[in-house]
Design a protein around this ligand. Structure first.
Ligand SMILES: [Mg+2]
Length: 267
């Protein structure tokens, strides 16, 4: 699906406030705000879906309706519920509201529903079919080599997020993460993840969010954190750019490609 938006990308226009670079033979684009050293931050909080990986399976998506049906007997309506950039707990809340189910009815059932979601994905872990986004491992290695702390900041429930990371072979890179179990509001999840990052990397450590949606950017801004926005999810380069991230790139591979060595030796 991301390929559609990639192919629609227009030619790069020189950025007004930074350097935007265009590859001669591809629609790849990178914008880096002047003065922002994207690979010199102390800690990074990576979103999962659309940023590190995409899923070919429906294991995670289907576990919402399955769990609600099993715990409450209700069919959930997901029409009009925004999924990309949301959190699992907010998706549930929005689906209950779209289904005209009263808060008083579902809120007492939330914990059993979340527990069944975790259990369902755990049982179906062998059916997870994630695939890596371009340049992910090279960027993780590049940042790790620079001494950065790498964490997750995702709308996934914790168990589900780690299962996906493990399934795609990235577990070794991440030590901690922020998840949506306790935070349906993304900015609050990011605040928690940033706190964890600074607990490990030092209280004045610079923390940078890496994500694929406007929601990642606004949640980072709410915490006064910079964002590397990557157009490998459902938002295009131009859509992301409208939200003024410090970095915007069509892929992490391209961001690394335009970065002076030693990055180039990593690709
Ligand atoms: Mg995402």
């Amino acid at each position: 699906m991301t390929m559609e938006s990639d192919s629609q990308m227009s030619q790069a226009v020189a950025g007004a406030q930074g350097q935007e670079q265009e590859s001669p033979k591809s629609p790849e684009r990178v914008f880096i705000r002047e003065g922002f050293a994207w690979d010199r931050q102390k800690a990074y909080l990576f979103d999962i879906d659309g940023t590190l990986l995409r899923s070919r399976d429906r294991v995670h998506f289907d576990c919402f309706a399955h769990s609600v049906k099993h715990v409450m007997g209700h069919e959930l309506n997901f029409e009009g519920v925004s999924v990309h950039g949301s959190t699992d707990t907010a998706i549930l809340r929005d689906a209950f509201r779209a289904s005209n189910i009263d808060d008083a009815e579902w809120k007492p059932q939330l914990e059993p529903i979340l527990a069944l979601m975790r259990q369902t994905v755990t049982e179906q872990r062998d059916s997870l079919q994630p695939f890596l986004m371009p340049g992910v491992e090279a960027v993780l290695r590049h940042l790790k080599d620079a001494g950065a702390l790498l964490g997750l900041a995702t709308g996934n429930l914790e168990v589900i997020g780690w299962l996906k990371i493990e399934a795609v072979g990235l577990k070794q890179w991440f030590r901690f993460g922020g998840f949506s179990d306790q935070f349906d509001i993304r900015a609050e999840m990011i605040a928690h993840a940033a706190k964890l990052a600074r607990r490990i990397a030092g209280h004045d450590a610079t923390v940078c969010v890496v994500g694929d949606t406007p929601a990642d950017i606004s949640a980072a801004k709410a915490n006064s954190l910079p964002t590397i926005a990557v157009a490998t999810g459902h938002s295009s380069f131009d859509e992301l750019t409208e939200h003024s991230p410090e970095v915007c790139t069509t892929t992490l591979a391209e961001l690394l490609r335009v970065t002076p060595s030693p990055a180039k030796s990593e690709t």
